[in-house]
Design a protein around this ligand. Structure first.
Ligand SMILES: [Zn+2]
Length: 489
């Protein structure tokens, strides 16, 4: 082939592939969506562990375009409500927090309700497109008891998402009844997933995961599931503009007891959204915004039926989720143990531990060995460093006030990772300093082994470079005092 012919055929190839894959089927006006979020964000919520009593007024006292109806009560007699708006013929049901400790989407639904209630502004076109074409029904907080206990399950210890068929819990019955009486064309099943999910073979967290759940073991695609997949392609397109490479596809293995799978089977095109992790967003306020934007965009795609233009193949190109993230990955560090010195990787996860009023973090060693298939939210190449044990400062501190930024920095640099305090006057047993605080009798274990709390130093030549305190990595050159979630032992 001569050069001109090659050029021509390449040109034709690119033209045809462009034709098959329009970049945007639906106009994505992210700037407008973001503006809408900033204006209509529910300001009374700014963290994710809110209680039922703190927010239920946002549901039952809501007047105006929403018709609010109590549709049942939880095991512990908390009312569950549905809120309906819109005059359209296409019915959409969105429900959240079926798992009590998964509240990200609930926040976004409050934001969405505020948005839909607005009027006479630059968002009227979007809003009326939704309200004229759709009937939107929202059930926020399907599991109020689990929410207050901050657990996944309900007060009977039942996982509602494995109770879609057995219906042994009142909350599952409420949700099933809500579907049967409304028979929505589309359903949004809103959850949170572990922050350790990453996008397959990348170091990026699966900040949002999506799925059109299967309706049978063969994971076949029928018209109902196809529509959910098409909406998801559009949502992914919008999300990629905000969090490129951070959307994963959840495993579609059929779970015959789950609500999403059964909604799909019962004829509702069902879209699962899982909120995962995002660096520097422990309270998931950025992810809440992503939920708002993705759901709003999806409602528009459904309202004008433009989702139908998406080609199914594009659903399968959304990368899969994997579970390979850790909070901190220390690579190729020298360790001394059992009289041996060896180089290896240490992986650390900081798990949340609940107290009755708050939570703290337990940063523990999750794995030791060749961790080259894992990724870290924070990673450090420790090829020229070794692990050094830390010390407990021998003199008691009178109280917490003596632990200033300067003093803590000095102590860390001198190789102390814990202090003992005589009088702990803070109301709770929590603190925010990057040092372990012990009461007078507590003995701190400093062994490097699986499951142990990660407390040690990283040393280069004869110089301490980093402290690892309760799994947090602290650069000793500039010790920051950022909001550590620590417990006084
Ligand atoms: Zn869940």
């Amino acid at each position: 082939m001569n050069k001109a012919l090659i050029r021509l055929s390449l040109l034709l190839f690119f033209m045809s592939s462009c034709e098959n894959k329009p970049e945007t089927v639906h106009q994505i006006d992210l700037e407008l969506y973001q503006k809408a979020y900033d204006i209509f964000k529910e300001q009374s919520i700014d963290s994710r562990r809110f209680k039922y009593d703190e927010v239920i007024h946002l549901v039952k006292d809501r007047k105006g375009i929403f018709e609010t109806v109590e549709i049942g009560q939880s095991v512990q007699k908390k009312a569950v409500y549905q809120m309906t708006t819109g005059k359209g013929s296409t019915k959409v049901l969105l429900w959240s927090q079926m798992h009590g400790n998964e509240s990200t989407a609930t926040m976004a639904l409050f934001d969405l309700m505020n948005f839909l209630e607005g009027s006479a502004d630059e968002f009227d076109t979007i809003r009326s497109k939704i309200l004229q074409n759709l009937q939107v029904r929202i059930i926020p907080m399907v599991n109020p008891d689990g929410m207050d206990l901050w657990i996944r399950r309900n007060a009977l210890s039942i996982d509602l998402n494995r109770d879609a068929v057995a219906l042994s819990s009142p909350e599952a019955k409420i949700l099933k009844q809500a579907r049967d009486s409304f028979e929505p064309a589309f359903g949004f099943n809103l959850h949170d997933q572990q922050t350790y999910y990453n996008v397959n073979q990348t170091n990026k967290p699966a900040t949002i995961s999506v799925l059109a759940p299967a309706f049978n073991y063969q994971t076949e695609v029928n018209e109902v599931r196809k529509k959910a997949m098409q909406v998801i392609i559009g949502m992914d397109e919008a999300l990629q503009k905000m969090i490129p490479g951070q959307v994963g596809k959840y495993n579609d293995a059929f779970e015959p007891r789950a609500f999403g799978d059964n909604f799909q089977k019962w004829g509702t095109s069902t879209i699962l959204i899982e909120s995962g992790g995002l660096i520097n967003d422990p309270e998931k306020q950025e992810i809440r915004k992503l939920n708002f934007l993705a759901i709003l965009h999806a409602l528009l795609l459904i309202a004008d039926e433009s989702y139908r233009d998406y080609v199914l193949d594009d659903y399968y190109t959304i990368p899969d989720n994997d579970l390979k993230l850790m909070d901190l990955l220390i690579k190729n560090i020298a360790l001394e143990k059992e009289g041996m010195t060896y180089r290896t990787d240490i992986g650390i996860k900081r798990r949340e531990v609940d107290t009755s009023y708050d939570y703290y973090v337990n940063g523990a060693i999750d794995d030791i060995g060749d961790l080259s298939v894992f990724y870290g939210y924070e990673e450090i190449d420790a090829t020229d460093m070794k692990v050094v044990e830390g010390k407990v400062f021998p003199t008691y501190f009178e109280n917490m006030d003596n632990l200033t930024h300067e003093r803590v920095t000095e102590l860390l640099r001198a190789g102390y990772l814990a202090v003992k305090v005589k009088h702990v006057t803070t109301e709770s047993s929590l603190h925010k300093l990057p040092i372990q605080v012990l009461n007078q009798t507590y003995e701190l274990a400093t062994n490097i082994s699986l499951g142990a709390t990660a407390n040690f130093f990283l040393q280069k030549d004869d110089q301490l470079k980093y402290a690892v305190i309760n799994g947090y990595l602290i650069n000793l050159e500039s010790v920051s005092m950022n909001d550590f979630k620590m417990k006084i032992y």
